[in-house]
Design a protein. Structure first.
Length: 401
């Protein structure tokens, strides 16, 4: 199998995913196209030799429906010879897009490829594309499937993660993200979004709250208690009868924020590196995709990490930095505890609780943050890991070049 390198990575800032957000009304095809064209401009590769763009998008409907990968390539004005594929693997989509693009290059299908993702949540609302797991009562009853927020509270209850710990984690996410933003840690990968007149609409992630504190977080109401009372708690407890009740500790403050954004990476083989005399930023060591029990559903990251490290013959202690998606505070806290990871090297510049989780783009965004921080701190090994709905999980390991 051929070695694959990350030649460069870019992302848009994350805008609040509502009608007041800076990216509301923006065409997803346009912000993704800006990422793709920027990568070509920076690396100066011949875009006609890029085999494909594989793009994650979790809610492919309306403005981001169809094959947004191919549409964005055309919008970017890149070679019509580049193929495009849109994938949906829930919250792991952006990371899985990169994993798939890597596998294609490793097997000899070209020397260059894009991976990445996009999600404009302000226009394509979460779950608005439907699906049998949410709306087929026979199926959801059979597998005892519950909404992800119920699953997060189930995990917290089962593993004794309390509200105070989650609120403190959320506060630290905002604190770290604000410090990193103020010190320009994100600037290398972020490309400001500009309108047709060239005016900057959004230059930085807009969801970070520098005034966030634990006292304020502690006053927020539970987001999923009412949903649990409707019957979902009973479904979850029927799967885990050792519990008498589920403690609903997750709120809008200690769960990932709804935002808009896009990100992409340009991958290349050793042949591409030599051909274009590009200095790659990182080498992909390996990737892993798994699935776990669908009711609990948020333990996919830890299973993916364990499988990935085993295949690479690496230990947890070998990894210098981790990016573990902050879908819910309890899921990250439990993953850190379960895998015995030093919390001081996890999400060191904040995560999705502070900056948001644009579903299909998050995996690629986390990878860009990881590479930037490895370079800034002169570290070597990093891992990105994500849990997703129905028990899915993905992980990717890199070595800084």
């Amino acid at each position: 199998m051929k070695s694959v390198y990350i030649l460069d990575t870019v992302r848009t800032p994350r805008g609040k995913g509502n009608e007041k957000g800076a990216l509301y009304g923006t065409k997803p095809v346009k912000i993704l196209a800006s990422c793709l064209s920027t990568l070509v401009e920076r690396t100066k590769v011949d875009d006609s030799l890029i085999a494909e763009a594989i793009i994650g998008c979790v809610t492919p409907r309306g403005v981001q429906g169809g094959n947004i990968a191919k549409a964005s390539l055309l919008r970017a004005g890149l070679s019509y010879e580049i193929g495009g594929m849109q994938i949906n693997r829930s919250c792991t989509s952006g990371l899985e897009a990169i994993n798939l693009a890597t596998l294609k290059l490793q097997s000899g299908q070209g020397i260059l490829s894009f991976g990445g993702g996009v999600e404009i949540m302000s226009q394509a609302k979460m779950s608005s594309d439907g699906g049998p797991l949410l709306f087929d009562l026979d199926l959801s009853t059979m597998v005892r499937y519950v909404p992800q927020g119920i699953a997060a509270d189930l995990l917290a209850t089962l593993y004794n993660v309390d509200r105070e710990t989650c609120d403190e984690y959320a506060y630290q996410s905002h604190k770290k993200a604000y410090f990193a933003q103020q010190n320009n840690y994100f600037d290398k990968s972020i490309i400001p979004y500009r309108d047709t007149n060239g005016l900057t609409i959004l230059a930085k992630d807009s969801n970070i709250r520098p005034d966030c504190n634990v006292e304020r977080l502690s006053k927020l109401p539970s987001s999923f208690e009412e949903m649990g009372i409707m019957g979902f708690d009973d479904i979850a407890i029927s799967k885990y009868p050792q519990l008498e009740k589920i403690h609903h500790i997750h709120t809008a403050g200690n769960s990932s924020a709804i935002v808009d954004g896009a990100s992409a990476v340009l991958l290349g083989t050793e042949e591409a590196v030599k051909k274009y005399n590009v200095s790659p930023r990182a080498k992909i060591l390996g990737a892993c995709s798994v699935s776990t029990e669908p009711t609990m559903m948020l333990k996919g990251a830890e299973k993916a990490i364990a499988s990935l490290l085993k295949s690479l013959q690496l230990k947890v202690s070998d990894i210098d930095l981790w990016e573990i998606n902050e879908s819910f505070a309890a899921s990250v806290i439990h993953c850190i505890d379960e895998m015995k990871i030093d919390p001081k090297i996890v999400n060191v510049n904040g995560g999705a609780i502070a900056m948001g989780h644009p579903l299909g783009a998050t995996g690629s965004i986390l990878l860009s943050m990881l590479i930037d921080e490895l370079e800034r701190t002169n570290k070597k090994y990093g891992v990105v890991a994500i849990s997703a709905g129905a028990g899915l999980g993905s992980a990717l390991a890199i070595e800084l070049c």
